[in-house]
Design a protein around this ligand. Structure first.
Ligand code: ARG
Length: 457
């Protein structure tokens, strides 16, 4: 079949050149969005009497037939037809005859593709929001069953202070909450209609942009036709929000990988989310967590890629912009897959509470308790820090921990120490007492879980 834009040309490009320029191999992902946009466009053409009612109705029924076929996966696309827009238009003409050629009145592929991308990202953003909420629910469930499970808290990957495991898990809940806020906020800019901007300058036909926008569920229309067809900020925003989300999942993955190692043994991943080794029979590898950590790289790459594509592009549409597609499709697939896997991994993981708890006893992570103890009795904190530092050093030299020191030894260091020091050294007490707002104290953690539940409900 000849090109839909072939009138001005005297010879056709060779197949391999066509192939290089075509986007149909990937932009067929937009088939339903493209049909939806066309349905709104033709309804608008009818309403504004730009097309006779019967032509518009014929086009509408043709589009609905294509929609049905698309949903069943019955459409077959052709590389010669370049992209999803021209493929569908030629299919429409094949379906209903030359009248199908009237669909493109007052429209260009430039506002058409932009419309498709807006519709696509609106759907995907809503899916992503739902999946983040599902993951948050899994986190809340783990948190609820582990409010009083203790785990060493780390800074510099050195044991710092004991904390509640629920508190650790809830840290990720709040990161995800911010991710949700960012995705939700971006909908404001995604849900704007470029349709009717034409190629770049608007159109001579008396179109009603507000009407087609309303049919498509958009909240507003672009104010400037050049901007409408050139803007891919909303795609960048999705990529950037996805990058931050993946960074969070990647950090959590790293902890899951550490925790499930022989060295930590804090958790055990379910068999369904682990794999074995083809050579070492004993292995149970946290592959899914590793993959999510790894896939974070491709999402960052897609963001950097599109930023680079757009940098220096003159107004308005340039074919470079076709390069926005593969990166965004890949990102959507990666983010959705990662969120689903993560939810499964978290809700099925086994927490070895006793191992975690034991870890909080055999270390110096209660040293701050001693310093706080002295400070509460009036010693300047800086001095208290020095006194306890010396006690730690003497323990290290003797090969014991702080709770192993006798009261006499404590009193030698400072006469402010009394019998109740042993209670202060107990990690459970240490965690319980950190009841400042947002702290790891059990009461605070329970409050946070309550707040979290309100937010995902
Ligand atoms: N396939 C193109 C893209 O994805 C559609 C827009 C083409 N417009 C044009 N004037 N060549 O960007």
């Amino acid at each position: 079949m000849s090109k839909l834009w072939g009138g001005r040309f005297t010879k056709s490009a060779e197949e391999w050149v066509d192939e290089f320029g075509a986007s149909i191999s990937f932009d067929q992902e937009l088939v339903l969005e493209d049909i939806r946009g066309s349905l709104a466009h033709v309804a608008m053409l009818k309403k504004c009497s730009i097309l006779p009612g019967e032509d518009a109705d014929l086009i509408t029924s043709g589009l609905l037939t294509l929609q049905e076929k698309a949903e069943k996966g019955e459409l077959s696309f052709k590389v010669e037809m370049e992209d999803i827009h021209l493929n569908l238009e030629s299919m429409l003409i094949a379906e209903i005859g030359p009248v199908g050629g009237k669909l493109h009145t007052g429209r260009s592929r430039n506002d058409q593709v932009a419309t498709d991308m807006h519709l696509y990202l609106r759907n995907q953003t809503e899916d992503v929001l739902g999946l983040i909420s599902a993951l948050q629910t899994a986190l809340l469930e783990q948190a609820e069953s582990h409010v009083e499970t203790l785990i060493p808290g780390y800074t510099h990957l050195q044991r710092a202070q004991p904390i509640s495991f629920a508190h650790h898990v809830m840290a990720y809940f709040w990161m995800l909450q911010r991710d949700k806020e960012r995705f939700t906020e971006s909908l404001k800019r995604i849900n704007v209609s470029p349709l009717g901007a034409g190629a770049l300058a608007g159109t001579t036909f008396p179109i009603d942009r507000a009407y087609s926008a309303e049919l498509l569920g958009f909240d507003a229309i672009y104010e400037n036709s050049l901007d409408a067809v050139s803007d891919r900020d909303f795609v960048l925003e999705f990529l950037s929000n996805s990058s931050t989300l993946m960074m969070h999942l990647s950090r959590f993955s790293e902890e899951i990988i550490l925790w499930s190692s022989q060295e930590f043994q804090f958790i055990e991943l379910d068999d369904a989310f682990s794999t074995g080794s083809s050579i070492m029979p004993q292995k149970k590898n946290p592959d899914m967590a590793e993959l999510i950590r790894g896939k974070t790289g491709r999402v960052y790459g897609n963001l950097t890629g599109l930023l680079t594509v757009l940098k220096g592009l003159p107004l308005a549409y340039n074919k470079d912009m076709q390069e926005d597609k593969e990166g965004i499709f890949d990102t959507v697939k990666t983010v959705i897959g990662s969120l689903k896997i993560f939810e499964g991994m978290i809700s099925t993981m086994k927490v070895n509470a006793d191992v975690m708890e034991k870890a909080t006893k055999n270390d110096f992570s209660n040293a701050t308790e001693l310093a706080d103890y002295l400070a509460a009795k009036g010693m300047p904190f800086r001095e208290a820090h020095e006194v306890v530092g010396k006690l730690v050093l003497s323990c290290v030299n003797q090969g014991c921990y702080l709770a192993d020191l006798s009261l006499t030894q404590f009193k030698e260091a400072s006469d402010l120490f009394n019998e109740d020091i042993y209670q202060a050294l107990n990690p459970y007490e240490a965690v319980k007492r950190r009841n400042s707002a947002g702290g790891t104290g059990f009461e605070q953690v329970k409050l946070a879980i309550q707040k979290g539940k309100e937010l995902v409900k």
